[in-house]
Ligand binder design. Structure first.
Ligand code: S3P
Length: 434
């Protein structure tokens, strides 16, 4: 396989199975949070196994524009010297690139600072909905101007008041924006969520020295707390692992070991679904580091894959893994039904529409709904020209579907994978036996 270049095409050939052992680059979600909190803290934090994806590097660049110093060291670690709680007036727009996490979480982090900030993004990020952060941050007293509900965003920063907030849409990005603002507001901010979304911000805030209290469905943070620097290692990315786990599931002869993987329970619902489908998973060496569970997974598959129904809170918890689950669904015995996943329509692309388009060109039959897809099992797909829509998860999801298809598949816009997982094609190639 050749390396992806701009608007590149990757050709994926069918495989017989997956074998080998890999340690995946650091988790994208955790890397964003460590970058931002290190940039706010006092002192120098050293971050090991930081995500190699473009998105968390957008967060690092924004932290530099806000006055932090970022040094990428030869040993692969990243040293971030923070601003001791005092961001400076940036001289440039804060460019969030393709990253919704950067834009939404950063808005909360900067809103308490007495400057004017302009947040911009690329063609995919610009139209994504931002009212969801403007609402709660405005309640706290921030003045935020959106452009027709989306970016470019202007944040007129200033002192904030704590709020009590019920998140209407399950979103860890929104929860994080409020927690980051609450850390620097007057009073105690409380957020309740109906679905427990990923809790990396809570763990990261505690690691950097903040106190948070948690009840059954709410989390509270007191304002005015100072953060201190520390050295952290980012666990391997479960959402990147998802592609190899789903690939292994397709071949009963597979034998895969994934080392040092993030196993945070708010991110590992995928394993339960895959075990239900027929994956055999052994968890080895589980340890906790700064609140995050890290372990190794040994993976085998079964001869016959069952089916799955994913709905309600589970859809929210699996939101990033749904494209790849949909892409392998035709190869299962009983198919996969996805419901309550309307949020997929406002991700880096309309992921329901793009999954449907690409399943169709590979010859699959299915039903598309407003909030999901019903994909029957027992189907044979053929290789085709896939449109990634320049969405990283679509490019990688259909690379996995291609492994069991008849004939070769071309992934158009393959370079999008680099948003979260630049090593994807090389690693996939090294693990596949053909
Ligand atoms: C993320 C939360 C999710 C997810 C995104 C990363 C995070 O988005 O889809 O890839 O790091 O908090 P939402 O908060 O919009 O659900």
């Amino acid at each position: 396989m050749s390396q992806a270049t701009s608007n590149s095409i990757q050709t994926i050939r069918p495989a017989k199975n997956l074998r080998g052992s890999v340690r995946l680059p650091g988790d994208k979600s955790i890397s964003h949070r460590y970058a931002m909190l290190a940039g706010l803290a006092e002192g120098t934090s050293v971050l090991a196994n930081f995500s190699t994806g473009a998105d968390p590097h957008s967060s690092l660049a924004c932290m530099e524009a806000l006055g932090a110093t970022v040094v990428k060291k030869d040993d692969g670690t990243i040293a971030v010297t923070g601003t001791t709680g005092q961001f400076k007036q940036p001289l440039i727009d804060l460019d969030c690139g393709n990253s919704g996490s950067t834009m939404r979480m950063l808005a909360g982090l900067i809103a308490p600072h007495p400057h004017t900030f302009r947040l911009i993004g690329d063609a995919s990020l610009t139209p994504r909905p931002m009212e969801r952060i403007r609402g709660p941050l405005s309640k706290m007293g921030a003045k935020i101007d959106l452009t027709d509900g989306h970016a470019p965003i202007t944040v007129h920063g200033g002192p904030l008041q704590a709020i009590t907030f019920d998140t209407p849409i399950p979103s860890a990005q929104v929860k994080t924006a409020i927690l980051f603002a609450g850390l620097q507001a007057n009073g105690t901010t409380t957020i309740s969520e109906s679905v427990r979304t990923r809790d990396h911000s809570e763990h990261a805030l505690r690691a950097f020295g903040a106190e948070l209290t948690r009840s059954a469905d709410a989390i509270s943070i007191e304002g005015g707390q100072k953060l201190h620097s520390l050295n952290l290692t980012v666990p391997g990315d479960m959402s990147s692992a998802a592609f190899f786990l789903c690939a292994a599931l397709l071949f009963p002869e597979s034998n895969l070991v994934l080392d040092d993987l993030g196993m945070n329970p708010t991110r590992s619902a995928l394993l339960d679904v895959l075990v239900g489908l027929g994956l055999k998973v052994k968890v080895l060496n589980l340890e906790e580091h700064h609140g995050e569970l890290i372990g190794s997974l040994q993976i085998n598959s079964s001869a016959q894959l069952k089916g799955a129904e994913i709905s309600g809170g589970l859809s929210a918890q699996l939101i990033d893994e749904l494209p790849v689950l949909a892409a392998i669904a035709p190869y299962t015995r009983d198919g996969i039904k996805i419901r309550d996943a309307k949020e997929l329509r406002v991700k880096e692309s309309d992921r329901i529409a793009l999954v449907a388009k690409n399943l169709k060109v590979m010859g699959a039959v299915f039903t598309e709904n407003e909030d999901g897809l019903d994909i029957p099992g027992g189907q044979t797909l053929h290789g085709a020209a896939i449109d990634s829509g320049l969405d990283h998860r679509i490019a990688m999801a259909f690379s996995i579907a291609a492994l069991r298809a008849e004939g070769e598949t071309e992934i158009h816009g393959a370079e999008a994978a680099a948003i979260s997982f630049p090593e994807f094609y090389t690693l996939l190639d090294s693990l596949c036996e053909r």
